[in-house]
Design a protein around this ligand. Structure first.
Ligand code: TNX
Length: 520
């Protein structure tokens, strides 16, 4: 590399001699289409330099003699929507972007070229603010660069989620997959079914210790949910940072909180369950009948009002079928549909929901269990049970987001000496392994390789009860994942990555992010 501390590593970056000093009376010129990122840059520069940075809207600032300015131009004809180039000379900097997202990413790169103190957001008169002269050309390797947060096992406040999204965006991650429902809590306000949150968002207590060695409950009620206003706030915040929010409503398993609220939607129900107070795979399923499917469609219909993005995730993972197999009505239904058993019934169930979402113009995602018959045309698989499943799915014609647990489960331990780490679910996923993950495979044809949409890190929160611990588990592994997702595979070099990570962690410090120090 070139000594430019940009993370994730750009496609091409060259350090040139000299610097571009950021003194007083400087300006930013930008066309209307890029005024958002230009404004972000103005705010960031004003906050650290203490000088005023005005944005002047100018559709075409191609004159070569403009000085003391940062000049944005929009060039969708030659660059993709997330691509950008930057050229910094001693008298001006020019940013060319294919779209607002590309300009936003150019701004993230520029901010990383400043001393880390810029991240503090307070004017520092003792620093000679300047950008190094440089040339950068950059565009992402993958379109899906995600992080999943489980807000069902433990509820995180809106503020913590916004902080996480802001930090994702600084790493050019563009997809926030929000796991909103599970056995231990339902977190999304649904007007038509108020008990989902009045009942389903609250559990009596949470388990203590690891579920492998049961220690009993903690005796403390836990809960919370996101109102429609909360969701809108998070979605708007994400959108301002070029992050798409993908909600997950998990079905037919991981449904216990919903069934506790509306027992008639389950099929257990001589004895309706409580919102679960333990971890692990549960047996409570939604009933596969018409009434429950309408119920879920109503829920999704409301979710569609809140999540304008193109994707909805419908789970499909870990649905143990005993309740279906033991239920005479469900067995009748299987026979009536001519299905050979409970597995194909899950396929039927998921495709009902997927078809409904398709008619609403949404693309449907699900965990890799859906590859066994659950996907309607166009379903996208998140392959968590091993990278080889993702490769096989791409060969079988499915689009995939690679989420294999051995490389992307950020709930795993970060160090082999687990006694030095906070209690975690298990596993071992050090920074270097995340960094070394290769999401494609040489055996894929170019067409098959294009079906690998990208990668995503998973923050399942059974053992992550606080937002601080979410940050500890997420960073710096998300920094390594961002590089896997964004950067070309050829230049991967772990020691060199660590050099660029150092200033990034200094920025996280100043932003108050409680990351894990990989050098301790
Ligand atoms: C499996 S991955 C699950 C989650 C757990 C996670 C813990 C997946 C689709 N389901 O319910 O939280 O393992 O690592």
């Amino acid at each position: 590399m070139t000594g430019l501390p940009i993370l994730p590593r750009p496609k091409r970056a060259v350090r040139l001699p000299g610097v571009f000093p950021l003194g007083p009376d400087m300006k930013i010129l930008a066309p209307e289409a890029l005024s958002g990122p230009a404004g972000d840059l103005a705010l960031a520069l004003a906050s650290c330099t203490g000088a005023r940075w005005d944005v002047r809207i100018e559709e075409n600032s191609s004159a070569p003699d403009i000085t003391r300015a940062i000049i944005f131009s929009h060039c969708p004809a030659s660059l993709g929507p997330e691509a950008y180039s930057v050229s910094i000379e001693w008298f001006a900097a020019r940013i060319v972007a294919g779209g607002a997202a590309g300009a936003y990413y150019a701004v993230q790169s520029l901010l990383q070229l400043l001393p880390p103190a810029a991240a503090q957001g307070v004017p520092r008169g003792d620093i000679a603010w300047a950008l190094p002269c440089a040339e950068i050309e950059d565009s992402p390797r993958f379109v899906w660069r995600g992080l999943m947060l489980d807000s069902a096992r433990w509820f995180q406040p809106v503020k913590a989620i916004k902080r996480l999204i802001r930090q994702m965006a600084a790493l050019k991650l563009n997809t926030f997959h929000w796991h909103l429902t599970d056995d231990q809590g339902w977190r999304l306000e649904i007007k038509k079914y108020p008990k989902l949150t009045s009942v389903g968002a609250w559990r009596k207590e949470s388990p203590r210790g690891h579920y492998g060695h049961f220690l009993g409950g903690d005796g403390t009620p836990h809960g919370g949910y996101y109102t429609r206003a909360d969701v809108r706030e998070i979605v708007a915040h994400a959108s301002a940072h070029h992050v798409t929010v993908v909600p997950e409503i998990d079905m037919p398993g991981h449904a216990q909180a919903a069934v506790a609220a509306y027992p008639e939607m389950g099929c257990c129900c001589s004895s309706p369950p409580e919102v679960s107070t333990s971890w692990g795979v549960h047996k409570t399923l939604f009933a596969p009948g018409e009434r429950t499917i309408r119920f879920l469609e109503d829920i999704l219909e409301e979710a569609l009002e809140l999540f304008p993005g193109p994707f909805i995730h419908i789970g499909g993972d870990e649905a143990v079928k005993v309740q279906w197999e033991n239920n005479p009505i469900v067995r009748e239904q299987m026979a009536a549909l001519g299905l050979a058993g409970a597995e194909p019934l899950q396929g039927w169930f998921m495709s009902q929901i997927a078809n409904f979402l398709n008619t609403r113009g949404k693309r449907v995602l699900g965990w890799d269990e859906n590859l066994d018959g659950g996907f309607a045309e166009g379903g996208i698989a998140m392959t968590w049970r091993g990278a080889e499943r993702g490769i096989a799915a791409a060969k079988a014609g499915f689009e995939v987001v690679m989420t294999p647990k051995e490389f992307t489960y950020f709930d795993f331990y970060q160090s082999p000496d687990t006694s030095l780490e906070p209690l975690a679910i298990g596993g071992h996923l050090p920074l270097e392994s995340v960094y070394g993950f290769e999401p494609t495979d040489p055996s894929l044809s170019p067409e098959e390789a294009r079906r690998v949409l990208g990668v995503q890190g998973q923050i399942w929160t059974e053992y992550i009860p606080s937002p601080e611990l979410v940050e500890y588990m997420a960073f710096p592994r998300a920094c390594a994942l961002a590089e896997v997702a964004w950067s070309a595979p050829g230049g991967r070099d772990f020691p060199e990555f660590l050099e660029r990570l150092r200033p990034h962690l200094a920025r996280l410090d100043l932003a108050g992010i409680k990351y894990r120090n990989p050098w301790r």
